[in-house]
Design a protein around this ligand. Structure first.
Ligand code: AMP
Ligand code: MG
Length: 423
């Protein structure tokens, strides 16, 4: 057996970012910027009002309340010709350009307007700049708004759109082919023929890949025949940046994926027994010719998913140019004892993390920890990392790999909780 970090290093040692391309902004969500993006336009581009109210000369409001003559109005998207002179005000809406002469805005709630609209009483003494958004307050020209390595979140897309950009230089999303292997996999109509099972792995692996934002190619099911495996893997390599297989990497008589990979990678494939449970068997090879990496994941559904999390996800995040490759590991308190036996392996238990009202993190296992028990993986939002040894008692702090930070807490979630005091 080899330690997990050694296996991960081996895989990551064969991965590098895909060459950057100009991606249309609307296809770049979640992609990683490859070159610093520098602002060429100030945002805002002109001084504008942050409130609906009256644009005034702040000096005029010294003795507030003061009565000013209303000489016009300006809406967002329009420009007022003319000036705000001494003793004058202009009705202004949020986002409208502050007219020449004015240097502050009084919000409408702090005003009383005459019934004919000809004069307004300003109730508040204003300072120059009050409720005015100056040009460049959000983004100054020359500022680096998205340094190389930035992951394009919706807010970043807005920042770039705010610069008038239609494209951004970024690493493209990897394209991933997924296939399931095994003579027992039945995909036909009607009830299962004797001895067959349904294919769970393609659905989970394609789902995991799509959740990462990768482009996916469903390569279907392949039986345990070398020639068919070769054909589908080679076909996948024509269009994909990486191929994921499941099954056929263990020590069974028909575990042919490792055999085929050995052949297709000119003998450079590495078949590993990783010191983890589940997901011990794993094969990784680079196809001779195309250079496409193939991840031979184990067949048991939970093993395939754990193997994806530990090997495929960090590797393909490297392809996508990501710098943060791994999921966050947090410390949580064991809600119950987590006994185990020493076997030289890191155990990854399916767990459910909750955060209590005091902000403490707790974790308990979900039911059924054998590697074929996918339902307990579906109920999990984390993997408890239990190092070799005899386990952890209740209340002990354990390391937890967070799989789904959006679903912490009780099923269904609850209202947003904000503490009234800080400690
Ligand atoms: P293998 O490594 O091919 O021997 O598969 C290990 C176990 O996982 C066997 O019980 C298989 O039947 C099961 N298995 C393999 N592929 C799948 C799949 N796509 N969906 C569900 N179970 C599978
Ligand atoms: Mg098999």
């Amino acid at each position: 057996m080899i330690p997990l970090d050694e296996a991960q290093e081996f895989v990551l040692g064969h991965c590098k970012p895909l060459p950057p391309r100009a991606l249309p902004l609307d296809a770049a969500l979640g992609c990683v910027v490859s070159t610093d993006v520098t602002a060429t336009e100030p945002v805002p581009s002109f001084a504008n009002s942050s409130m609906d109210g009256y644009a005034v000369r702040a000096h005029d409001t010294l003795g507030a309340p003061v009565r000013l003559q209303v000489v016009g109005s300006v809406m967002a998207g329009h420009v007022l010709e003319g000036q705000v002179g001494p003793g004058q005000a202009v009705r202004i809406m949020t986002g409208a350009p502050v007219p020449a002469g004015a240097d502050a805005v009084c919000m409408v709630e702090q005003t009383e307007v005459d019934s004919d609209g000809g004069h307004v009483t300003i109730l508040q003494h204003l300072q120059p700049g009050d409720f005015v958004r100056p040009p460049g307050r959000d983004v100054a020209v020359g500022a680096v708004v998205a340094p190389a390595g930035t992951v394009l979140s919706p807010a970043y897309l807005g920042v770039l759109a705010g610069q008038g950009m239609a494209e951004v230089l970024a690493h493209p999303r990897p394209r991933v082919g997924v296939l399931s292997t095994g003579d027992e996999l039945y995909s036909g109509p009607g009830p299962l023929p004797p001895g067959t099972i349904r294919d769970a792995n393609r659905a989970t692996l394609l789902g995991l890949a799509r959740r990462e934002g990768w482009d996916c190619v469903d390569l279907g099911i392949v039986g345990d025949q070398e020639s068919a495996l070769v054909e589908v893997i080679m076909r996948g390599a024509e269009t994909c940046d990486a191929i994921l297989t499941s099954g056929g990497v263990s020590v069974g008589d028909l575990d042919l994926v490792k055999v085929v990979l050995e052949r297709l990678s000119s003998g450079t494939m590495r078949w590993m027994q990783v010191a983890i449970r589940p997901a011990k068997p794993f094969a990784f090879g680079i196809l001779a010719g195309s250079g496409t990496p193939v991840f031979g994941l184990p067949g048991n559904p939970v093993s395939a998913m754990v193997s994806f999390e530990l090997f495929v996800r960090p590797a393909l995040r490297t392809f996508g140019g990501h710098r943060a490759l791994h999921r966050p590991v947090v410390r949580a308190r064991a809600a119950h004892g987590l006994p185990r036996q020493s076997d030289g392996k890191l155990h990854l238990l399916r767990g459910h993390v909750t955060v209590d009202r005091q902000g403490a993190w707790w974790v308990s296992t979900t039911d059924g920890q054998e590697s074929h028990q996918l339902r307990s993986m579906a109920e999990a939002n984390a993997l408890i990392l239990l190092p070799d040894g005899t386990g952890a008692p209740a209340d002990a702090l354990v390391d937890v790999l967070l799989l789904d930070a959006d679903n912490l807490g009780s099923p269904g979630g609850g209202p947003l909780m904000v503490s009234s005091e800080s400690t």
